[in-house]
Design a protein around this ligand. Structure first.
Ligand code: PNS
Length: 159
């Protein structure tokens, strides 16, 4: 059985992430979205909020599950009894960082492979950081986010 972990910060989940989740769920038996709780960073949304948004926007995908994790990704993958990590590649600028993570993880855990999906061209420019910046200046974010996530981001920015 092919069980994959799709890890990330998802602060917040964008349509680019959702494109990767959707395609991965069609290819593999089970997909666990791993939401990183990184105490060294201060995300806009708490880990509980990020998990809740991801659950809400993936509720139609039966083989997708959402969990949070702390610490090393490889330990989380082992705890999920998964053997694959999925990451999206938007552009060549992503490649060096992603290669570094994948190779480090492979040294630490040779039983785990990383597979890369190229992001659909439509979303190749998209990032959570850019969307947050647009929202901070009250720009239109509806093109980039699921309506539920857009609503929660507006709500957060208006506080
Ligand atoms: O969405 P992001 O912020 O690009 O995701 C980065 C992520 C979560 C994949 C990466 O930071 C990660 O795996 N962190 C867990 C800590 C870890 O395992 N570090 C060693 C390999 S970099």
């Amino acid at each position: 059985m092919a069980i994959a972990v799709y890890p990330g910060s998802f602060d917040p989940v964008t349509l680019g992430h959702m494109d990767i989740i959707q395609r991965t769920s069609q290819m593999l038996d089970h997909v666990i979205i791993g939401v990183l709780q990184n105490k060294a960073k201060t995300p806009l949304f708490s880990v509980e909020e990020r998990v809740s948004m991801l659950k809400s926007v993936t509720s139609h995908l039966e083989n997708v599950e959402v969990r949070s994790f702390e610490g090393l990704l490889v330990d989380f993958v082992h705890s999920c009894k998964a053997n694959l990590v999925v990451r999206g590649l938007r552009a060549i600028t992503d490649f060096e960082y992603e290669l570094q993570i994948a190779q480090t993880n492979r040294v630490m855990a040779p039983d785990i492979d990383t597979i890369f999906l190229t992001t659909s061209l439509k979303y190749s420019y998209l990032s959570s950081s850019i969307v947050k910046e647009i929202a901070a200046f009250h720009g239109d974010i509806d093109e980039f986010l699921h309506p539920e996530v857009a609503r929660r981001l507006r709500e957060k920015m208006n506080r």
